[in-house]
Design a protein around this ligand. Structure first.
Ligand code: AHR
Length: 657
């Protein structure tokens, strides 16, 4: 009798806790399958001016006079600079390398000011100096402040007065500031300029107004309003568009940028940290200049700022097989670091993990702390190699790096690579190597037509469940029209269905600057002022904003043979919300049956987002909002029919509270 009383009380207690919204056991819901909670994230590469001239908010182009013809024919130290001597002033400028600011930053400019004009009839500011118009003009906004900095060194006795002017194309002044040099050693000077008017094509004038000689380098101008007001920060509007996606991870710095064009051009992370004036700029494999101002610290910090896991990809000690401008059959374009350099290179890889995660009293953890980040960055994954040709040289080096990482840091998940295609020799060899070595995750890349994504949605249904996981590190259908985006959405429902074997996926490339685009299908297009969100962006965002940790089969009844109509049902374990994604890639409405009766804990109130259009719809700079998702609050029964509009993705999120 007593036992029965206890049982009754226990039952009452349990019922009460569930009535008060205590944890539902999601594992126990019929058909629950755990899937990767990190499924959808970002791929960032400095391609299409995505970093310098893009996300990286530096407004001065060629700030350290390092441009040269080996980066691009016709470029030199004065590219994007103009010599000026207003007010009938007399002077010269030279490029020198004799006594640089830092060995990684060898080139600087010298101003030799012979005479500063003082004619009363000249009403402007006289002096001798240099003018920079940034990356296609600098954008300034009335009332906003801009942080200027420069390194200067007096080469004559008296201090040199400098005037800084932001001006519009007519030469009208938008802002002014002054500073005076004080040392015959390299020293940093800063000033703040506040714009009095808006201008999308401003220039910065750095004008010496004292007769004498002075060296200058690292001439820099940043908006004060960077993303989260970080110094050496990111363009706030672009960064916010990425943050809004709520990506679970961000891969960086590429792409082919990682392995580079030849061994000397590989991305070496240590060259990209520390004071910006000591970083090693280099030629970007995409044919322009990388300042490394957006370096590993900034990448990790940005990931932290937007709640994304950092996924650094390092070269596998071989360079890009396609570099040198031609695709060399047989991999002759791939260059490997020589074996004598491998110990040092492997140490560099290990040092990154210590730099990211090590305590402040470790060698590299101390360097991270010195940059202002004593807390570890919680690095979980590291990628080795980017779609490399799987040659014997690659295999040997990859295995050496992999084993060294696993020996020292068994908890770090290593991502291997399987070439640039969805199948073929490198794909097979890459997977075999990863299987043999028991690598945690394999990076797959493929760019295909939209029809391929629709008809190959079952790809991962056939993968074995107990091998390495998949990271679909680069994929996109060729195009930015609605049909491309909807085909990708269909494929993403299949990635969710296979979220037990596909650990991560990221659309590529992420962004492209208007007029500077090397890769035509991208998720975002931007210029210095505007951002165009493609339909592909909206699809990615809807999946990232509505991710789940559990997948359920059979909630939405769709015809399995119909490759135009794909669906998924996931449960967000943080909120308990149940999320349906219904894709109709056809040209007719399509009705599907939904049965949510297994989810006892959810309400029938839901947020419904419908993203639909016609097949060839796209967003452009002229019509940036032609197609956008439309959100509404709805009330539905637990069983209902849904008529999915033609060419659409619908997301229905059922509240649990
Ligand atoms: O995403 C653009 C390029 O495509 C990447 O740099 C490379 O990895 C792939 O071939």
């Amino acid at each position: 009798m007593r036992i029965n009383k206890v049982a009754v009380w226990l039952t009452v207690l349990l019922c009460a806790t569930s009535a008060f919204g205590q944890k539902t056991n999601y594992d126990a819901i019929k058909g629950a399958k755990k899937i990767s909670p990190d499924l959808f994230g970002l791929f960032f590469e400095d391609i299409n001016y995505a970093a310098d001239g893009g996300l990286y908010a530096e407004m001065v182009q060629n700030r350290s006079f390092e441009y040269n013809p080996s980066i691009r024919n016709g470029w030199g130290p004065y590219s994007f600079w103009q010599f000026v001597s207003p007010g009938f002033s007399i002077g010269y400028t030279n490029i020198e390398t004799g006594n640089p600011l830092h060995r990684n930053n060898p080139v600087y400019a010298v101003l030799d000011i012979e005479f500063v004009g003082n004619y009363p009839q000249f009403k402007g500011d006289a002096g001798v100096g240099l003018k920079n118009s940034g990356f296609d003009g600098m954008v300034v906004r009335e009332g906003e402040s801009y942080n200027f900095s420069v390194f200067a060194k007096m080469l004559s006795q008296a201090p040199i007065d400098f005037l800084l002017v932001l001006e519009n194309p007519k030469g009208e002044v938008l802002a002014k500031a002054k500073f005076q040099t004080a040392s015959d050693q390299w020293q940093k000077y800063t000033a703040n300029l506040t714009a009095t008017a808006n201008c999308d094509s401003a220039s910065l004038l750095v004008l010496a107004q004292t007769e004498g000689k002075v060296a200058i380098d690292m001439v820099s101008l940043f908006p004060e309003n960077t993303f989260k007001n970080r110094s050496n920060g990111l363009r706030a509007d672009l960064a916010q568009v990425l943050a809004d996606m709520q990506p679970r991870f961000m891969r960086f710095p590429g792409g082919c940028l990682v392995h580079g064009s030849g061994t000397g051009n590989m991305y070496r992370w240590k060259n990209t940290i520390g004071p910006v004036e000591t970083r090693k700029a280099q030629r970007n494999i995409w044919g322009y200049h990388q300042t490394a101002g957006l370096g590993f610290f900034e990448y990790f910090q940005f990931c932290e700022d937007i709640g994304a896991k950092p996924i650094p990809i390092l070269p596998a000690a071989v360079s890009c097989q396609n570099s040198g401008g031609t695709h060399v059959i047989g991999g002759a374009g791939q260059k490997a670091l020589c074996m004598n350099d491998m110990d040092e290179y492997i140490q560099e890889v290990l040092d990154l993990i210590e730099w990211a995660n090590g305590p402040v009293n470790s060698t590299w953890g101390a360097q991270r702390a010195a940059t202002g980040h004593p807390e570890p960055f919680k690095l979980e994954y590291i990628g080795i190699g980017n779609e490399d040709k799987i040659t014997p040289e690659f295999e040997e080096r990859f295995a050496m790096i992999f084993k060294a990482v696993k020996e020292k840091y068994p908890e770090i998940k290593v991502i291997g690579t399987s070439g640039p295609f969805s199948d073929g020799v490198d794909f097979e060899k890459g997977w075999k190597l990863c299987n043999d070595l028991d690598v945690d995750v394999v990076d797959e890349h493929y760019y295909k037509g939209p029809e391929w994504f629709l008809s190959n949605h079952y790809r991962y249904d056939q993968y074995k469940r107990n091998g390495p996981k998949v990271y679909l590190g680069e994929y996109a259908s060729w195009g930015n029209k609605m049909f491309n985006a909807i085909a990708e959405a269909a494929y993403m429902t299949a990635l969710e269905r296979n979220g037990d074997v596909v650990a991560m996926a990221s659309y590529a490339p992420l962004m492209a600057k208007k007029g500077f685009t090397q890769w035509t299908t991208d998720m975002l297009f931007f210029d210095n002022v505007n951002i165009v969100k493609t339909p592909n962006y909206y699809v990615q965002k809807l999946f990232m904003n509505n991710r789940g940790a559990y997948y359920f089969n059979g909630v939405v009844q769709a015809d399995k043979a119909d490759t135009l109509n794909l669906v998924s049902c996931v449960l967000d374990k943080n909120t308990g919300d149940v999320i349906l994604k219904i894709v109709n890639a056809g040209s007719q409405n399509k009705t599907v049956k939904v049965d949510l009766s297994r989810f006892k804990h959810i309400k029938t109130t839901a947020t419904q987002t419908v993203f639909s259009g016609s097949k060839s719809d796209e967003n452009t700079f002229d019509l940036p909002n032609k197609i956008v998702p439309v959100e509404s609050q709805i009330n539905l029964a637990k069983k209902f029919d849904y008529a999915a509009p033609a060419m659409s993705l619908t997301v229905i999120r059922f509240n649990s509270k």
